[in-house]
Design a protein around this ligand. Structure first.
Ligand SMILES: [Zn+2]
Ligand SMILES: [Zn+2]
Length: 250
């Protein structure tokens, strides 16, 4: 939410997109609520997508003809995500019928959204079944928030992870699994993510971290339980678990 410009944006369209929009409208920093039956694009000014895994873009089903029937809602995506959406139904229908207006982002090219908000996309190392994956540095007037909900590893990125941390004041990072023991019968190679335990070790060895908040918790993750021992491990290390409705002032 950019209260100065009166604009609202969403990062990733989850299957629970309707409640994302609902929470956006009641966001404390938001401007006046729209009256009923105002077109979606008049109070949601853009959606940024990280990648083509189901939890991150399938909420787009809500903006077509059967739903909000948005008109040219800006959809900010990587070149490969743009190609994926344009080439595959039912997403291509949203593009052809101008429910969305694809805006192709170039990694490492800063995009100015308003006088008080800009953003730098970057490429994240994450399994590419359908598309590549973007992370974002979201720049407000004072602070920068890094958003990386999905990554396979923290090393070997095109722009090094450490350099991106250095450019951030706070970071929302992949906390899918606390440890690989949660996966049970599943092979960890199927769904690689840096376990929170390992991320803590890596980040604790660094000087001058931004605020670190883990997000994108899998349903097996003991961090869902605020009273769990694992929560103590994270907070003792000086990091946090992002919670629903949490705000970051930029
Ligand atoms: Zn993913
Ligand atoms: Zn994901």
């Amino acid at each position: 939410v950019d209260p100065l410009a009166g604009k609202r944006f969403i990062f990733d369209a989850t299957p629970d997109f309707a409640s994302q929009v609902g929470e956006l409208l009641t966001h404390p920093a938001g401007t006046a609520l729209p009256r009923a039956s105002v077109p979606l694009q008049e109070y949601l000014h853009g959606i940024f997508l990280t990648h083509g895994h189901m939890g991150h873009y399938t909420g787009l089903i809500h903006i077509g003809r059967e739903g909000a029937s948005a008109n040219r809602l800006p959809l900010y995506v990587s070149p490969s995500m743009a190609a994926y959406l344009s080439d595959n139904e039912p997403w291509a229908f949203l593009v052809r019928n101008h429910h969305v207006q694809l805006v192709v982002l170039q990694p490492e090219i800063r995009l100015v959204l308003t006088d008080s908000l800009s953003l730098t996309p970057f490429i994240v190392d994450h399994r590419q079944e359908f598309t590549d994956t973007l992370g974002f540095l979201i720049h407000g007037p004072e602070r920068t928030l890094m958003f990386v909900p999905d990554a396979d590893v923290w090393g070997g990125w095109k722009v090094p992870f450490e350099q991106l941390l250095d450019r951030s004041d706070a970071a929302l990072l992949d906390g899918s699994f606390f440890s690989y023991e949660e996966l049970g019968h599943r092979r960890q190679g199927d769904v690689p993510h840096p376990p929170v335990q390992a991320s803590i070790d890596l980040l604790s060895a660094r000087e001058g971290n931004p605020e670190i908040w883990f997000t994108h918790l899998n349903n097996t993750n003991p961090l869902w339980d605020p009273d769990s021992h694992e929560n103590v491990v994270v907070s003792d290390a000086g990091f946090g678990i992002a919670r629903r409705g949490q705000t970051f002032e930029l």
